[in-house]
Design a protein around this ligand. Structure first.
Ligand SMILES: O=C(CO)[C@H](O)[C@H](O)COP(=O)(O)O
Length: 215
C-alpha cells in the first residue's frame, strides 16, 4: 500500500546509473525537474529523463517544478515519464487544465502538486480526474530541508477530499521525509513517500527504503 519514491536530487549525478540501481528495491523513482524560475534551483531536463528511462524499468514519477508546465508535457511523456506532477501555482487554471488534458492524451498518469502556502481546496477543480496529489512538506527547490510540521494538517485535509471525491487517487508527500516523520505523514493520510537525503544519505539505501516502508 505505501510506496517509497527515492528522489534522485540527492544522488551523485556523475554516477546516476549506479545510484538508480542502489534504490531498485523502491517502488518508484522520483525525478525533480527545476527551471530556476518557479523555484530558485536548476536541475534535470528532458534529455536526462530520456537517459534515465534507458537505464531503468522503474516507474518514473516526474515532479515538474517549472513555470507553465503545459509547454513540456509531451516532451517529458515521450522521454519516458510514467507520471507527471504540475504545480497549481505554476500557471492559471486554464493552463493547468490543459496540461492535465495533454497528460491524458499522452497516457501518462496525472498529478497536481501544492506548495506549502496553497490551500488544500485548490485541488478540487481537478481532483476527480487525478491519479495523485503531491503535498510539499518543504518549500520546493532543495533537498535536505526540515519537514514542515504544519503540513500534517494539509495532508489530513487533502486525504479527506480524496476520500470524498476520488478514493483511488494517491497522496504523495515530498520534503523532509525520514523514519522520524514517515509514521506521522502516513497517519495523516499519505500513501506515497518521496525521500532524498534519508535514502541517499544512508549507508545502506535499501535498508533505509525498508525502514521508511515500516518493514
Ligand atoms: O522536491 C524536492 C525539493 O523541492 C525533493 O524531492 C525533496 O526535497 C526531497 O529531498 P529530501 O528528502 O532530502 O527533503
Amino acid at each position: 500500500m505505501i510506496k517509497i519514491a527515492p528522489s534522485i536530487l540527492s544522488a551523485d549525478f556523475a554516477n546516476l546509473e549506479r545510484d538508480i540501481r542502489r534504490v531498485s528495491s523502491a517502488d518508484w523513482l522520483h525525478v525533480d525537474v527545476m527551471d530556476g524560475c518557479f523555484v530558485p534551483n536548476l536541475t534535470i531536463g528532458v534529455p536526462v529523463v530520456q537517459s534515465i528511462r534507458k537505464c531503468t524499468g522503474m516507474f518514473l514519477d516526474v515532479h515538474l517544478m517549472i513555470d507553465k508546465p503545459v509547454r513540456y508535457v509531451e516532451a517529458f511523456a515521450q522521454a519516458g515519464a510514467d507520471l507527471l506532477s504540475v504545480h497549481l501555482e505554476a500557471d492559471h487554471p486554464t493552463g493547468i487544465a490543459e496540461a492535465l488534458r495533454r497528460m491524458e492524451a499522452c497516457k501518462v498518469k496525472k498529478a497536481v502538486a501544492l506548495r506549502p502556502i496553497t490551500a488544500p481546496s485548490a485541488v478540487l477543480p481537478y481532483l476527480e480526474g487525478l491519479d495523485m496529489v503531491l503535498v510539499m512538506t518543504v518549500e520546493p527547490g532543495f533537498g535536505g530541508q526540515a519537514f514542515l510540521e504544519h503540513q500534517l494538517d494539509t495532508i489530513r485535509q487533502v486525504r479527506a477530499l480524496i476520500e470524498r471525491y476520488n478514493p483511488a487517487c494517491r497522496l504523495e508527500v515530498d520534503g523532509g521525509i525520514s523514519v522520524k516523520t514517515a509514521a506521522a505523514v502516513v497517519a495523516a493520510g499519505a500513501d506515497t513517500l518521496v525521500a532524498g537525503s534519508a535514502v541517499y544519505g544512508a549507508a545502506d539505501p535499501a535498508a533505509a527504503i525498508a525502514a521508511l516502508r515500516g518493514d
